[in-house]
Design a protein around this ligand. Structure first.
Ligand SMILES: NC(=O)c1ccc[n+]([C@@H]2O[C@H](COP(=O)([O-])OP(=O)(O)OC[C@H]3O[C@@H](n4cnc5c(N)ncnc54)[C@H](OP(=O)(O)O)[C@@H]3O)[C@@H](O)[C@H]2O)c1
Length: 257
């Protein structure tokens, strides 16, 4: 592929133990040139090990390391320890992909969302860990000698309200706005919010089996219309990054032309 993927790259990817994150790790590993590296994060060690094995079948010339971390309880020190071993002089591109996420409590309508602790827990994973990791990443790779690119996995729900996914809608909307602010404050950083379309993963299974009738029916209809294949959306993302036909901080959806 073009210049973007032809450089020695260090990829830092959260939510790499399953679902879109795992598939994306494999897709990207096919493109990486020798001496590139992938740093993977999630909680489930077995899932992370599986991802590592899948990567090594695709590309034996890259270094892969994983860290079992709970992003509900993250802090700057934790991320510093993970990023410190990365020797930035070895890379031409450092790509940070915020993919980890959760759907939140689907039993609550917006009018019921009155528990600051539940909000805090949700946002700890879905917003605060993202801003904290981004901040550590920017402080640690504070040089113009290496290109910095950040991908924020977003969702249609970040711009479109829907019944009983209030935490998710607010989480995704807030993340997108954070990256829009970051982009205007840092014009030298390449930032993309990518909405992968509806893909069959544990997250979509969770939405499809909720007690909430309206959401369950919506999901059934969506599944009847057809979901996006996981490999298709991952390929689309790597192509979008290669083409770079977007404004930093903006969003692109799988269905966009
Ligand atoms: N699937 C879709 O249709 C869809 C549509 C639009 C956007 N998205 C977005 O795409 C991203 C991936 O979604 P997915 O469908 O692949 O979801 P998924 O299958 O549920 O995977 C979520 C990933 O996040 C990790 N994660 C969750 N909680 C974590 C925590 N506390 N600490 C560390 N890692 C954690 C999980 O790993 P562990 O459980 O091992 O920690 C897993 O690797 C999410 O940001 C989601 O919002 C998905």
């Amino acid at each position: 592929m073009n210049e973007f993927w032809s450089r020695r790259t260090c990829v830092i990817l959260t939510g790499a133990s399953k679902g879109i994150g795992q598939a994306l790790a494999v897709e990207i590993s096919r493109l990486l040139v020798p001496e590139s590296a992938m740093i993977l994060m999630a909680r489930n060690t077995n899932g992370l090990e599986n991802t590592k094995q899948m990567i090594s079948k695709e590309n034996k010339d890259i270094f892969v390391e994983y860290y079992s971390v709970d992003l509900y309880n993250s802090n700057a020190l934790m991320f510093e320890k993970i990023l410190e071993p990365i020797d930035q002089t070895k890379y031409e591109l450092i790509l940070l992909i915020h993919n980890a996420g959760s759907i939140g409590n689907l039993d609550h309508f917006a009018a019921d969302m009155n528990d600051p602790e539940e909000w805090n827990k949700y946002m700890s994973l879905n917003l605060y860990s993202v801003t904290c990791l981004t901040s550590v990443f920017l402080a640690m790779f504070n040089t113009d000698n290496v290109e910095k690119c950040i991908v924020n996995m977003t969702s249609l729900f970040g711009i479109q309200a829907s019944h009983s996914v209030g935490y998710y809608c607010v989480g995704k909307a807030s993340r997108e706005m954070y990256f829009r602010v970051l982009a205007i404050e840092n014009p030298n950083i390449n930032i993309l919010s990518y909405s992968p379309g509806p893909v069959l993963t544990d997250m979509v299974e969770q939405m499809s089996t909720t007690k909430n009738d309206k959401l369950r029916k919506n999901m059934q209809q969506l599944r009847q219309r057809g979901l996006v294949k996981i490999e298709d959306t991952c390929q689309k993302l790597v192509n979008i990054l290669a083409m770079r036909n977007y404004h930093s901080g903006g969003r692109i959806d799988y269905y966009d032309a």
